[in-house]
Ligand binder design. Structure first.
Ligand SMILES: O=C(O)CCC(=O)C(=O)O
Ligand SMILES: [Fe+2]
Length: 288
């Protein structure tokens, strides 16, 4: 029998789960986050999500950031991130219904409030362009999912909006009209079926990246939300496009491997195998 969490995740496309940061891990994770965010805002971390650019590849045009990329990178020197990431294996295998030995390491970033500009992401599905034909959209929605992403809030976080259940169904003409242009919405609640997701500190939302979602970033509302994904090798190279567009060559370096424990190393090997099977070409999923 699937767990209640798994059932909700499959049916609604997202599920909120409390307390996935063990109390003993919390102080080091919070301290590592605070150092990392400060470093990014001070212009000392080049891998960031830049205000003005919604999706990869990120440019450097604006000094303000809405996210920190690659927090497990050895140049950051914060082992708490990989330690916590790999500790989520149990819940991920439950939600993905896969074996632990199929799990592959993927992305780990932090979503933060910009400090000088409000910013927003338009309504989107992570791997389907808003202009896709209904046939193309349906092809992606019907394909099996081999990965899961999550947001774990360190501060109360109400930035994310989703349309529950939309991970499995085509957009209605009205929903399509609200998710075709690259301009972010004036009011996310204009999207038919939209709800705003609020996470209390320590809560995690796992979501299917095909769910219609958008996000609004308020420069006055502190946000530090751990944003990561993991995949299963059962998908072969199915996740390669969405994952590799973030630029993961640094993960192939021996010095990154050296920072990981035995479990982390095995998960990393699976990512590298996927990358090697996918070839060199990197394609970006979304414009804007
Ligand atoms: O800010 C968020 O919670 C959502 C981010 C998002 O949708 C994305 O990175 O594609
Ligand atoms: Fe997204």
């Amino acid at each position: 029998m699937p767990s209640q969490y798994k059932q909700a995740f499959d049916e609604v496309g997202y599920v909120i789960i409390p307390d996935l940061i063990p109390p003993e891990a919390r102080p080091e994770l919070e301290a590592a986050t605070a150092r990392t965010v400060a470093r990014t805002r001070a212009g000392q971390w080049p891998h960031r999500r830049v205000v003005g650019k919604q999706f990869p590849p990120f440019d450097t045009d604006n000094p303000d950031s809405w996210g920190v990329q690659h927090v497990m990178h050895p140049d950051l020197g914060e082992p708490a991130f990989a330690k916590w990431y790999t500790s989520l294996r149990n819940i991920v295998t439950e939600l993905l219904a896969c074996d632990e030995d199929a799990l592959q390491m993927e992305l780990f970033n932090i979503l933060i409030n910009p400090t000088a500009h409000d910013f927003a992401l338009r309504w989107h599905r992570d791997a389907v362009d808003g202009t896709a034909s209904p046939e193309e959209e349906m092809r992606v929605l019907k394909a099996a999912q081999y990965g899961i992403q999550w947001n774990t809030a360190l501060y109360r976080d109400s930035c994310l909006y989703v349309v529950p259940g939309s991970h499995r169904v085509l957009r209605t003409p009205e929903q399509r009209a609200h998710s075709t242009d690259i301009a972010p919405p004036e009011n996310p609640m204009d999207m038919p079926g939209a709800i705003r997701v609020t996470l209390n500190p320590g809560e995690t939302v796992f979501y299917n990246s095909n769910i219609l979602h958008c996000a609004v970033y308020d420069s006055k509302q502190p946000r530090a939300t751990l944003h990561a994904c993991m995949g299963s090798t059962a998908g072969g190279a199915a996740r390669a496009g969405n994952i590799l567009q973030h630029g993961l060559l640094w993960m192939k370096e021996e010095r990154f491997r050296q920072t990981l424990d035995a479990t982390g190393k095995v998960m990393l090997d699976r990512l590298i195998e996927m990358q090697e099977s996918a070839g060199e070409e990197v394609r970006y999923s979304l414009k804007g």
